[in-house]
Design a protein around this ligand. Structure first.
Ligand code: AMP
Length: 283
C-alpha cells in the first residue's frame, strides 16, 4: 500500500498533520469527496494543487445527506483504489474519518442554507442539502483550509456551499471546477458504476438532450418548448422518472430567469436504479 498520501482518521491526527504546514506558512486546499474516485475528482485535486501549496482530500460517505438507507448502503466504496488514485494525483493528506468521529454521540447541530437549498435536488431529496451543508461546515472547521474545490457537476450544491462559506464567515475561498465528462458526454459520477451496459449506452443522452435544449434556447427558441422536447426525448430513450428538468438563473436559481441573466438547465433523471444529475450553461 502506498504511504503517500498519509491517511488520518481522527480530527486530532488531521490537525497534527496540518500544524507543521501552517507553521511553515504553507497554504492549504481541501477537496471534499465521498470516495469511489474518478477523473472528475482528480481534476478537482489538480485544481487544488494549483491553488494552494498543500492539498487535503477527505473521503467520507456522509450518512446525514442520504434520505434513502438503501442508497447509503449501496454507495460504492473502494478505499484501496482511491488511495492509489490519490497517490497518482499527488494529494498530500487523506482524511477518512468514520461516522462516529464526525457525528459523536449527542451530536445535535444542523446547518441549513435557506433559499438555494429549495427546489431541484432540494425538493427531490428532502434534507439532502442540510446534510451536505452540515458536513461541509464541519470539514471547514476541522481543516481550516484557505480554499476548497467543488465540482459544477453538483451545481446547486456549489451555490449552497458558496452561500454557507460567506454567511458563516469561514474565510474559505470556494472554487467551482467545470464538470469532467466521459468521451461520449456522460458526466463522470461514482454512481455511474451502477449502470448496466445497456443503461450505460443510454446515459449520455441526458447530457446531449440538455446541451441540445441549451443551444436551442440560446438561439432564441422558447424555453418551454425546448425543455418539453428534451423531456420527451429522455422518456423515449428509457429514462424515468424525471425528477426535474428546468431552466434557472445560474447564480440565484430563480425561475423564471430574467432577461440578460446567466441561465442554466438543470436535470435529474432515473435510469434503472441509478439517479443521474447534470446541468449545462445556456448563457
Ligand atoms: P462526490 O464524491 O460525488 O460527493 O463528489 C465530490 C466532489 O467532486 C464534489 O464537489 C463534486 O461536485 C465533484 N465531482 C463529482 N463528479 C464530478 C465531475 N464529473 N466533474 C467535476 N467534479 C465532479
Amino acid at each position: 500500500m502506498p504511504d503517500r498520501p498519509a491517511t488520518v482518521r481522527t480530527i486530532a491526527d488531521l490537525r497534527a498533520a496540518i500544524l507543521p504546514w501552517r507553521a511553515r506558512g504553507d497554504s492549504v486546499a481541501l477537496v471534499p469527496t465521498m470516495g469511489a474516485l474518478h477523473a472528475g475528482h482528480v481534476a478537482l485535486i489538480d485544481r487544488a494543487r494549483t491553488e494552494a501549496r498543500r492539498t487535503v482530500v477527505s473521503i467520507f460517505v456522509n450518512p446525514i445527506q442520504f434520505g434513502d438507507a438503501r442508497d447509503l448502503e449501496t454507495y460504492p466504496r473502494d478505499e484501496a483504489a482511491d488511495r492509489a488514485m490519490l497517490t497518482a494525483a499527488g494529494a498530500d493528506l487523506l482524511f477518512a474519518p468514520d461516522a462516529g468521529e464526525v457525528y459523536p454521540r449527542g451530536f445535535a447541530t444542523r446547518v441549513a442554507v435557506d433559499g438555494l437549498s429549495r427546489g431541484l435536488c432540494g425538493d427531490a431529496r428532502p434534507g439532502h442539502f442540510e446534510g451536505v451543508a452540515t458536513v461541509v461546515a464541519k470539514l471547514f472547521n476541522m481543516v481550516r483550509p484557505d480554499c476548497a474545490v467543488f465540482g459544477e457537476k453538483d451545481y446547486q450544491q456549489l451555490l449552497v456551499i458558496r452561500r454557507l462559506a460567506a454567511d458563516l464567515d469561514t474565510a474559505v475561498r470556494v472554487i467551482g471546477h467545470p464538470t469532467v465528462r466521459e468521451d461520449d458526454g456522460l458526466a463522470m459520477s461514482s454512481r455511474n458504476r451502477r449502470l448496466s451496459p445497456d443503461e450505460r449506452r443510454v446515459a449520455p443522452r441526458l447530457y446531449s438532450e440538455l446541451a441540445g435544449a441549451a443551444a436551442a434556447i440560446a438561439a432564441g427558441a422558447p424555453a418551454r418548448a425546448a425543455l418539453d422536447a428534451a423531456r420527451a426525448a429522455l422518456v423515449a430513450a428509457g429514462f424515468g422518472p424525471i425528477d426535474y428538468l428546468e431552466l434557472r438563473d445560474g447564480e440565484t436559481l430563480a425561475c423564471p430567469v430574467a432577461p440578460g441573466r446567466p441561465a442554466r438547465i438543470f436535470a435529474a433523471a432515473h435510469l434503472g436504479v441509478t439517479r443521474l444529475i447534470d446541468n449545462v450553461r445556456v448563457r
